[in-house]
Design a protein around this ligand. Structure first.
Ligand SMILES: [Zn+2]
Length: 271
């Protein structure tokens, strides 16, 4: 599932390509991925110009002229592709946007069909986001991070994944940050020392910014809109590395299941 660095890269790519472009037509090939009625969705979008593309948490938000936003969540396997009309339309492409004066199309493809698109009025955006996600991680101050962690008695790994507390972190970056900070994924949040909370905060920030710079992690279905790959997967230390050696101490990396999600960790470095 694309996380903050992947979604950020998709937004930066699209911002360069589609801002100021005018939508000429939209075709919805699978109604269930659109949360408005397809009729209303197409009617809202037609002839609108794109004013901005930005991210909040894992949401991709496209500003449209005249008071609307198109919100996309890619969930497990969604992809936004920006390709020439000449490129064959792949199976599982559910929505296609055409723009004036270009042969390029924006395509929403999603094999698993958990992703969705939704148009809301600009006045509804903040309320919508507030109902779904907490503060975006790069904007979160240390003092607020610390308060969230130490006031709760929860397994630290699940707490990091809770989008209502911090938005944007998923399984890849939670595992990598816990390793970097030397914190066991099953530790109770209330048991972390001030030192550990500090290390975790700086680990998350440095990993997210490095991953953004490297185009995100191309594991599973994540690709950029032009189908190129990110490269931060080459920097993963523990994620999906069960049985491999810890790059720090050479102990064997283990995997545990927590709430149905796998966690990978070094039993020696993460106490
Ligand atoms: Zn180790």
């Amino acid at each position: 599932m694309p996380e903050l660095p992947e979604v950020e890269n998709i937004c930066r790519f699209l911002k360069k390509k589609i801002v100021k472009k005018q939508i000429s037509s939209v075709s919805v090939r699978l109604n269930k991925v659109v949360k408005n009625s397809s009729y209303a969705f197409i009617r809202y979008l037609k002839d609108k110009s794109v004013s901005d593309v930005f991210r909040r948490g894992k949401f991709i938000i496209i500003g449209l002229s005249a008071k609307y936003y198109l919100i996309t969540h890619l969930k497990i396997s969604g992809q936004l592709l920006y390709l020439s009309k000449k490129e064959p339309v792949a199976k599982h492409t559910h929505v296609i946007f055409n723009f004036k004066n270009t042969e390029y199309q924006l395509r929403f493809k999603d094999v698993r069909q958990f992703g969705y698109m939704y148009i809301i009025k600009s006045t509804e955006l903040e309320g919508f986001l507030a109902s779904k996600i907490g503060p975006d991680f790069p904007d979160l101050r240390y003092k607020d991070f610390k308060a969230i962690i130490s006031s709760r008695k929860r397994i630290i790994k699940s707490l990091l994944l809770d989008q209502k507390l911090f938005s944007g972190i998923g399984n890849i970056y939670a595992n990598e940050a816990l390793f970097k900070a030397g914190v066991h994924p099953a530790a109770s949040s209330s048991s972390l020392t001030q030192e550990q909370i500090k290390k975790l905060y700086s680990a998350i920030n440095s990993i997210l910014s490095e991953a953004i710079r490297m185009g995100g992690s191309s594991v599973d279905d994540y690709i950029l809109p032009d189908t190129s790959l990110g490269s931060f997967q080459n920097k993963h230390k523990v994620y999906q590395k069960e049985g491999g050696k810890c790059p720090r101490c050479s102990a064997i990396i283990e995997r545990v299941k927590q709430n149905g999600r796998s966690s990978w960790f070094c039993p020696h470095c993460q106490k």
